[in-house]
Design a protein. Sequence first.
Length: 408
Amino acid sequence: MSFAIKTILKKILEKKLLILVVLIFFVFSSYYIPKTQPFEWQYMHHFEQAEAFLNLRLDISNQHKLTEVITRNGKYFIVFPPGPTLFILPLFAIFGYDLNFQLFMQIISILCIILIYSLIFKITNNKITSIILTIAFSFGTVFLWAANHLGVWFTNQIFALLFTLLLLNECFGKKRSILMGLYLGLGIISRQLTIFYIIFAITVILIKHCVILTKYQEHHFTINFHLIRKKLFLKDVAGVTGILGLFVFFYLFLNYLKFGSLFATGYDKLIDYAWFKLNYIPWELYQYFFQPPYLRKAFPFLTPPATGQAIIFTTPLFLLVFYKKIKKEILIPIWLTILPIFAIHMLYWSSGGGQLGTRYILDYMPLLFCLLAYRYRENIDAKLIFLTCLSIFFCLSGTLLLKVYWGS
């Protein structure tokens, strides 16, 4: 047996736990997705838009039961960003409406699981921590629900998650500015809030060009602006923003063609009330931090609210983000990215619908796992194991309870 084959087999065996996690997730989703309602028909958004693109149109031929559609000048337009549609376009051109969208999204979700493992391992270089947090991500967060439902709300969010994970792997890896800009751009045309990851990307580039690391200071650094390599810094910033700018221009121009304005998204035509208001903050805070499951007289007795459930009743693992101290130099770029996204969530009229937990947390959930990875770089503890198991119990039971409740 050649040395190359032996090396490949060794790497596969080293990742056997990760492979097992992926297989369990695939089996679960293969069973679960075909039995869930009521949102699976919503993926027709992507098929209708793909058909329109292939016929060199932006408007779709008919509305069917699609909800995220507005009428303008007698034509139907989908308001969701086109990222996922562009990726299925070649497959749709071959298979048309017979495309197995379930299998397609299962592959995307499995890529997210592999990428979260890769990200955590880059931070920790610890296989035990990496596999525990990967299991938590796969079965103990709202990812489990979103990845197993094919509605356009969920698929766009899973695609944005995929690209943020690719971005973060690049930020903690080789830090190539062109790829960082590419992943940011692909994320934005899947879900607009991904644009705030530009804060993290630019901060990583800044650190790359003005920090001196020693073997004893790999994850503890000080920024010395007098030592910044300005030309290289500006070159990398130009690489990120230049590629990102192309995607932003594409998205804005698409909005102009569809809705008559660069900054119109069509969402304002879907509801008759304000999308963003200060008055929404108390309700959103309650949804995120206090909303418990509903009690019911009949089986299944407990049902997660479809409009959102508190993090403590969904993924209490995230409490550990605030438990152990880490160096502030790591915290700053992460929280500078999380906080503006969270602030927009608080001002928004809804935390999502037809879901388990507060689905919008997926917008910054990879960064929460970065914090957990930093906190458990060296050793795990009983708190991590217990809260991982509790999170898996909440999310698995909640996912199955909602299926039973809606099925009845």
